[in-house]
Design a protein around this ligand. Structure first.
Ligand code: DCP
Ligand code: MG
Ligand code: MG
Length: 576
């Protein structure tokens, strides 16, 4: 007997979301600094892998995240440039983000990683669709400002700009489909205009245009590099078949843990704890159409202690291309600043101590960059003069230390996902402008981080540290609207902060960060040398590509854990 199929989740398509992804981002940054590299195959190196490579190299068979020696075998004249220092990438990312932000009316813009931006352009597009004159569509004008009707650009509204996926609604289709089509059309012209603005800064990009984040992000990859795709899907079935064709692991928000649990369920096998790959062996469609699949079943499979609330419903929605998550209004204050590095099993306390000092120095440097501003104060008498004063824009209230043991792929042991974290109140002395930075770093390590480390790792030796992450979070805006720290008494926020602070000694599953457990956002998962929330933690369903480096048993390369399986497959394809 067949059970009735569960109801698919309801779709909202009242928004228009653009998703920008810069082409081979780190490589473009390097090329802009050294234009001679543009015509050569270029790889950006981090430890022993390529963080990315330019499209000249890709045409020669080099891929992102390939091991350096493999890439060199395929393309012996590959030019390698070190990409360990993220500061230039971060600066360019901020510059382009601010450029896009300057076009937003509603301020709803989010960065995802360093090279992606979501822009909710619902309001600008609705305004411009209203302005369309059906008798002169080919001579339309896109207004970029409500206040200045001359600010904008001319466009031909008889056709979509760039590529499309799907087809326009038939002429006799319901009115609302036609209105959606017009909004996508206007948005496609805005997307092209914005991509050209980004190109004026030296950066080409891909853009996806649709009604929610998951669809815009996925459709943007259909035509890349240097192109854009509007998703013309007016029937649920069109959206489902688009989603169904994706490898399960490629759906943003479905990380390794979720993907291996679902895969095991579908294949009626036990989940493989070592499974960490960019690809799953099943498609999203196979999961969605599996006979017993539904939101409650997903909740049963994926829920439990530590899992995100409502994870079953969330994944069920994602599989149907439904994603109602909003694009939050931009803030200049990051929600957390997190610095981390990975190691191949630190066991020497002097070295751990040294690393904690290096991480703390970076953390304080980032706090000064992101959270301190210079105010110019004018005094009228006796002599008119101005003095500069520094002030904190926000005080993080919590400091958190996270560690994870080092994992060796050839150890024969299952992959160890466990991170342990400990949080406590960030002492006020770090906000002192009177003390030298080095003094603050030493005090922070001696009085806070070393005791936290000992609390987390009570053994007296053999710590085998694979990762250290130091993070400050729970930003409290200084001198908010209501005056004073925190801008008034937000009791709810106070409890949330308290809950955060009390969440000590929790053991997390690494993948939870990928799959979107909120507290993992606060924990700052990911293994970049430096990483901060503003740069990389934009959304719970963000893929965290930057996992710990592991040693390939065949060639000895250090490569990210998640890429290990794909890397081994690569060896399998090598000529013997
Ligand atoms: N990156 C990284 N480590 C990863 C993944 C990405 O350091 N595991 C960095 C390098 C990339 C940048 O982030 O340049 C953006 O990642 P993308 O996946 O968008 O890759 P690219 O922009 O390089 O290439 P594409 O043209 O495919 O978008
Ligand atoms: Mg990119
Ligand atoms: Mg990207």
């Amino acid at each position: 007997m067949h059970l009735p199929r569960p109801k698919p989740p309801r779709r909202r398509d009242d928004r228009i979301i653009l998703h920008f992804d810069y082409d081979c981002f780190y490589a473009q940054v390097v090329e802009n600094r050294q234009p001679a590299l543009k015509s050569l195959p270029l790889g950006i190196k981090q430890k022993s892998i390529l963080a990315t490579c330019n499209y000249v190299a890709r045409r020669r068979g080099v891929t992102k995240l390939m091991g350096i020696s493999d890439a060199k075998k395929i393309c012996p004249d590959l030019v390698l440039v070190d990409g360990e220092d993220l500061s230039t990438f971060r600066d360019v990312s901020k510059k382009l983000y601010h450029l896009l932000r300057s076009y937003s009316w509603n301020g709803k813009i989010e960065r995802l990683g360093l090279d992606e931006v979501f822009l909710d352009v619902t309001d600008i597009v609705a305004y411009n669709v209203e302005l369309l004159n059906p008798h002169a569509l080919d001579q339309s004008f896109f207004c970029l400002s409500k206040l200045d009707p001359e600010l904008g650009f001319s466009y031909d509204a008889t056709a979509i700009a760039g590529c499309t996926h799907g087809s326009p609604p038939p002429a006799d289709q319901r009115d609302e489909d036609f209105s959606m089509y017009l909004r996508l059309l206007a948005a496609s012209h805005l997307a092209r205009y914005l991509r050209l603005k980004i190109e004026e800064e030296g950066y080409t990009s891909a853009c996806g245009i649709s009604s929610n984040k998951v669809l815009s992000k996925l459709v943007g990859t259909v035509n890349k590099p240097r192109d854009q795709t509007a998703f013309l899907a007016f029937r649920e079935e069109d959206i489902w078949s688009f989603m169904d064709a994706h490898n399960l692991r490629r759906i943003p928000g479905i990380g390794n843990r979720i993907s291996s649990v679902l895969e095991a369920h579908i294949l009626a096998a036990a989940p493989d704890p070592n499974f960490r790959s960019f690809e799953a062996t099943v498609s999203a469609g196979r999961v969605r159409t599996h006979p017993d699949m539904s939101a409650p079943v997903l909740e049963k499979l994926l829920g439990g202690p530590g899992a995100e609330k409502g994870i079953g419903e969330k994944v069920w929605c994602l599989l149907h291309g439904v994603d109602n998550s909003p694009i939050k209004a931009a803030s200049d204050i990051p929600t957390q600043i997190s610095i981390e590095d990975t190691y191949q099993g630190l066991n020497d306390m002097a070295e751990i101590d040294r690393q904690l000092r290096l991480l703390s120095a970076s953390l304080l440097r980032r706090m000064y960059i992101d959270l301190v501003e210079e105010v110019v104060e004018n005094s009228a008498s006796p002599q008119p003069s101005s003095t500069k004063r520094k002030r904190w824009l926000a005080h993080p209230k919590t400091i958190r230390l996270t560690t994870r043991p080092y994992f060796r792929a050839d150890s024969g042991k299952p992959y160890n996902y466990a991170r342990v974290s400990r949080s406590q109140q960030l002492p006020n002395f770090v906000f002192s402008f009177a003390s030298a930075r080095e003094v603050l770093v030493d005090k922070l390590v001696d009085e806070v981080l070393l005791p936290m480390f000992r609390g987390l790792n009570p053994a007296t030796k053999d710590w085998n540290v694979g990762l250290l992450n130091v993070c400050v979070a729970n930003m409290v805006v200084v001198g908010g609207e209501n005056g004073g720290i925190g801008g008034g008494r937000d009791i709810g926020a106070m409890f949330r902060r308290q809950e955060d602070v009390l969440r000590e000694f929790r053991v997390y599953d690494d993948d939870d960060g990928v799959d979107g457990v909120d507290e993992m956002r606060v924990d700052g998962t990911g293994d970049d040398a430096e990483r901060d929330e503003e740069d990389s933690d934009a959304e719970p369903w963000e893929e965290d590509d930057r996992d710990g480096l592991e040693c390939c048993a065949r060639c000895g390369h250090l490569i990210p854990g998640f890429a290990l399986i794909a890397h081994e497959r690569y060896h399998d394809l090598e000529p013997v």
